[in-house]
Design a binder for this molecule. Sequence first.
Ligand code: NAD
Length: 229
Amino acid sequence: MSSIVILTGAGISAESGIATFRGPGGLWEGHRVEDVCTPEALASDPVLVHRFYDLRRAALAGVVPNAAHLALARLDREWAGELLIVTQNVDDLHERAGARRMLHMHGELRAALCAACGERRAWEEALPPATVCPACGAAALRPDIVFFGEMPYGMERIEAALARADLFVSIGTSGAVYPAAGFVQMARHHGAATLELNLEPSAGSAWFDETRAGAAGTLVPAWVGQMLD
Ligand code: NAD
């Protein structure tokens, strides 16, 4: 049974009603990326940055997984070979759909990170700046989001999985944010077949053996059916 690595991006959650990043206007929920998604923004305007992620976290209560998340959860349950679902998304829709073999490379809205001791913990409530870390006592909790310029989580595990993969599938990602945008080239280098499922051809489409254009809620269940049935 072969080994699959799947990379998902904001496009897989779009049909659940969560806005994509660089969608119309190039903004994330009305904000420039530089103003809410960099260490410099956190340092210069912590109130704005913390409130931005508080709103995104609170909004999760009003959304549910869509057919694409449910199909990947089915693949996770039924695929007897190796599988790793790497998501760039900070929402929790993959796990709410039931996926287990997954990794949040850009962090999670429902988590807090201590800037002093590095401990990560589940966090459901609002997270004001200077919240005290229960582990070390420093007033240093921040959203557990990987900002531009910071090292994504799990890179060693991801690179090892890509080196073993027979198939790499990219779903709903613009191919504009590195290092995730380079995974297709790593997978190809190690001999994997590559497939892109996206609303439109992405920046990296030329790297894929096959590109299917359309909505994830339609394309992903069809592809999973093809793999399992
Ligand atoms: P992106 O917004 O840059 O690109 C989204 C891609 O999805 C686009 O290519 C678009 O054509 C495609 N798309 C839109 N609707 C689709 C649909 N219904 N079906 C299939 N494809 C669809 O997203 P990205 O590449 O993931 O990079 C953005 C960064 O923004 C990530 O690092 C992520 O952490 C962050 N982000 C996360 C969320 C979330 O957690 N849901 C939302 C916005 C941004």
